[in-house]
Ligand binder design. Sequence first.
Ligand code: NAD
Ligand code: UDP
Ligand code: UDP
Length: 338
Amino acid sequence: TGSTRRDSISYRGGKPGRVPVGVGSRRLRIVVTGGAGFVGSHLVDKLIGRGNEVIVIDNFFTGRKENLVHLFGNPRFELIRHDVVEPILLEVDQIYHLACPASPVHYKYNPTNVMGTLNMLGLAKRIGARFLLTSTSEVYGDPLEHPQKETYWGNVNPIGERSCYDEGKRTAETLTMDYHRGAGVEVRIARIFNTYGPRMCLDDGRVVSNFVAQAIRKQPLTVYGDGKQTRSFQYVSDLVNGLVALMDGEHVGPFNLGNPGEFTMLELAQVVKETIDSSATIEYRANTADDPHMRKPDISKAKELLNWEPKVPLREGLPLMVNDFRNRILNEDEGKGL
Ligand code: NAD
Ligand code: UDP
Ligand code: UDP
């Protein structure tokens, strides 16, 4: 009931930095926007698993009900079809704000990063909830510092094809800090580096999902440019642990959440070959505009202040997503009558 739930909250309207008494208790009520997506659905599993009440808000732009279907019928779980660009009234203790068209093929179509973040901050302000923004390593743009520390301000093209994502997230960070300083909202900012795992969108153009799907479909792995650009790939369970540590901890951030293990795209292709199909071939394609040449998180801040670090290296994490991809590709093919 409302009254018992209120009893579990110590930080409502209180000083920033206090840890809610309700953390770990089943009475904490949490919203996850974008909870039907890849990262969101794994986060929801973790929160439900530790006994929280979870409300997912998602418009299914890239998310899927299938990612949450195992929770339907759980009395602590609720799913609302809603676009966060529109206002919403809810009563919760924590807001994990993940809703965002998160891949190059989708993100140019939607003002979610600005309007959605504003609405969720307005909600957090009204009800005294703690708000966590999932920002991105893309705020560093094509970085001139390597590896990237949180203190680096980035090298972003404000008018390029990626700008609505990079600059959208940078604006979202700005709004978050403005609501923190101006309205006293308790906020947390995570800068997430490339993350992979089961339930990733099959066809949203990200490199890990592309390579894994291509290897399973016996298609050539499409390497963009010369394949020497680097990324650092994090397994999704590590990210989810980091997000929860950040939300429940005492520090605003921003915090880099990523795995410092750095790979060129050609090295990634090699790991995918070793994991799925050693006979897979590589096909070179023209690279996309403004593609960052390298990216690797410096995670000393999260290690020190959140006591968090990733545990799953790429060669252990990749095999964990293969079965999920195989099953979904098989279902798709059956759906097409193949
Ligand atoms: P995803 O596309 O799987 O999930 C995003 C979810 O948001 C989807 O379920 C989608 O339907 C929902 N959504 C989009 N617009 C919405 C709107 N207007 N209203 C309501 N719901 C909406 O992507 P993901 O990889 O799970 O990303 C989750 C968050 O993490 C995003 O904010 C993304 O920017 C951030 N992030 C992810 C990565 C990564 O490598 N996966 C890296 C950096 C940052
Ligand atoms: N908002 C919302 N739910 C709430 C409170 C606010 O969706 O419970 C939205 C509201 O519609 C507005 C945004 O959040 O568009 C910012 O709200 P705030 O109160 O900070 O700004 P104001 O409405 O005063 O411009
Ligand atoms: N990339 C690639 N082949 C693909 C998809 C992407 O070589 O099929 C490259 C892309 O050019 C970029 C890197 O992989 O250099 C990571 O791309 P992704 O879109 O996954 O993430 P982001 O660029 O946002 O880090």
